[in-house]
Design a binder for this molecule. Structure first.
Ligand code: GDG
Length: 453
């Protein structure tokens, strides 16, 4: 097998390169370690002369990281407007938040073609290419147009809604046609695979989607959590809780994560279960992301208001119901917080997978595990049916689930957690990458010339 070429919109920054963190980096660690490989994508920088040439090259542990810059215009049209303002809401079932413009669509195609040209110059004939996520749907076809004939796979990290919804985006059919250039398309769940294959069928195209649910590195995360609870910050959190039970939420500040609905669920919990007032603390860590997009600014204002209202209504002079942080928390400290939490409250309205749910399970102490409250609409839900599953749109259901979780006996907590933990340990990030790459290797090639022609 040739080199493995990973392509994603963002390439891990130099610090992350030394210290793998996110799901993608962790999942690819083993695959990348196997031999010489290349990770290609946007540097995160904007520069005026951006164009085809690679502007950044770095090598760490046998992996070459090659990056290109975007101009301010490309950044706006390709990244902010089209990827995050159209594709992200649409694929999270929020057509109403989608703001389409033909100019952004053109910039999206232009940047994908630029990615293809820059990458083409770095390729060798037997390279295996693995493209990631919605920013780069058309990249496979753009590479085929430049004569790349080897294996090209694609993995989509976000959900796939039914074709009846996807088709509200002008150009949706063209995207599907471009995706035929991939030998294999991986998505998170069976439902996503069914929806995408149905969309292909409706358009007379070949079905290429299969489910490959992404995982974490549970062993590494457990170690981080065990070390995390011994840190200063964990000690400070414990002291500040003064014996109250800890409910934890961890999400990028994104409208797909159902944060206002979650806060209203907690408000209903305060109203309907007064016996828990003063006995629980809800800590929501929600680092700001895409802060320059209007929908995200609005969400932030909404959460500021809700937090103020709930704390105003229920706080005592010596107790605060909600602690809400929009700053990121360092990963090893966060892992400690997961281990300390009695309940994880994870209620996305839609989520490709949701790795926080898996991290929470991996972080628990087997002798006294916490309870996972999880939305039906997380990609993780079908695998994690021993969680307390909720409909995030129903504040009363969230309230009931919190009460159930906080009063659950040790035996039931252990029984549920053991099953969840088995699953998290079976479907790791390493397995995910290995399974996908094996299936890509075995898939009928699109790029090779047809036999007999
Ligand atoms: C996309 C899909 C899919 C969060 N806050 C902090 C922090 N985090 C870490 C978590 C977790 C990661 O970020 C978030 O992963 P998720 O999977 O929950 O969500 P997305 O970022 O939306 O990821 C998603 C994923 O891709 C993989 O395919 O599961 O559905 O949307 O690892 O722990 N990390 C640190 N500080 C924080 O404050 N250090």
């Amino acid at each position: 097998m040739g080199r493995l070429i990973i392509v994603s919109n963002r390439v891990p920054s130099p610090r992350e390169r030394l210290q793998p963190a996110g799901g993608l980096t962790v999942g690819l660690k083993d695959a990348l370690r196997g031999g010489s490989s290349l990770w290609f994508g946007w540097s995160g920088n904007q520069s005026e002369f951006a164009g085809d040439p690679v502007t950044g090259m770095d090598e760490v542990d046998g992996v070459t990281y090659a990056t290109i810059d975007l101009t301010a215009r490309q950044h706006e049209g390709f990244y902010q407007n089209f990827s995050n303002g159209i594709l992200w809401p649409l694929f999270h079932y929020r057509v109403g938040l989608m703001s389409y413009s033909r100019r952004d669509w053109q910039t999206y195609l232009e940047v994908n073609a630029m990615f293809a040209r820059s990458l083409r110059a770095l390729l060798q004939p037997d390279d295996v290419i693995w493209v990631h996520d919605y920013h780069l749907f058309p990249l496979g076809q753009a590479l085929r147009d430049l004569g790349v004939a080897g294996r090209i796979g694609f993995f989509l990290h976000i959900p796939v809604p039914p074709w009846s919804l996807v088709r509200s985006m002008p150009g949706a059919r063209l995207l599907l046609e471009d995706m035929q250039a991939y030998d294999l398309i991986g998505v998170q769940t069976e439902e996503d695979a069914d929806n995408l294959n149905h969309a292909f069928r409706q358009n007379g195209l070949a079905e290429r989607a299969r489910a490959f649910p992404i995982g974490i590195d549970p062993h590494e995360f457990r170690e981080q959590a065990e070390a995390g609870v011994r840190r200063d910050e964990a000690e400070r959190l414990r002291a500040s809780l003064r014996g109250t039970a800890l409910i934890l939420g961890v999400d990028r500040l994104d409208y797909s994560k159902g944060l206002p609905e979650r806060f209203r669920g907690y408000e209903a919990f305060m109203a309907r279960y007064p016996e828990h007032r003063g006995r629980v603390s809800f800590l929501q860590v929600a680092p700001v992301s895409r802060g320059d997009v209007e929908e995200y600014r609005q969400l932030r204002r909404q959460l500021d208001e809700l937090t103020g209202r709930i704390n105003g209504a229920y706080a005592e002079f010596d107790w605060t119901p909600i602690r809400y942080l929009t700053r990121p928390v360092a990963r090893d400290i966060l892992a400690g917080f997961y281990r300390m939490a009695d309940v994880a409250l994870i209620t996305p309205l839609r989520d490709g997978m949701n790795l926080v749910a898996k991290e929470y399970v991996a972080a628990q102490d087997a002798a006294d595990p916490g309870v996972l409250v999880l939305s039906h609409f997380a990609g993780a839900a079908p695998e994690m049916d021993e969680a307390v599953l909720v409909n995030p749109y129903d504040a009363d259901e969230i309230a009931d689930a919190l009460h159930q979780a906080l009063t659950m006996g040790l035996e039931e907590r252990q029984r549920r957690w053991t099953r969840l933990d088995e699953d998290v340990r079976r479907t790791t990030a390493g397995c995910w990458a290995r399974d996908f790459l094996q299936a890509l290797d075995a898939a009928a090639p699109v790029g090779a010339p047809l036999a007999g022609t």
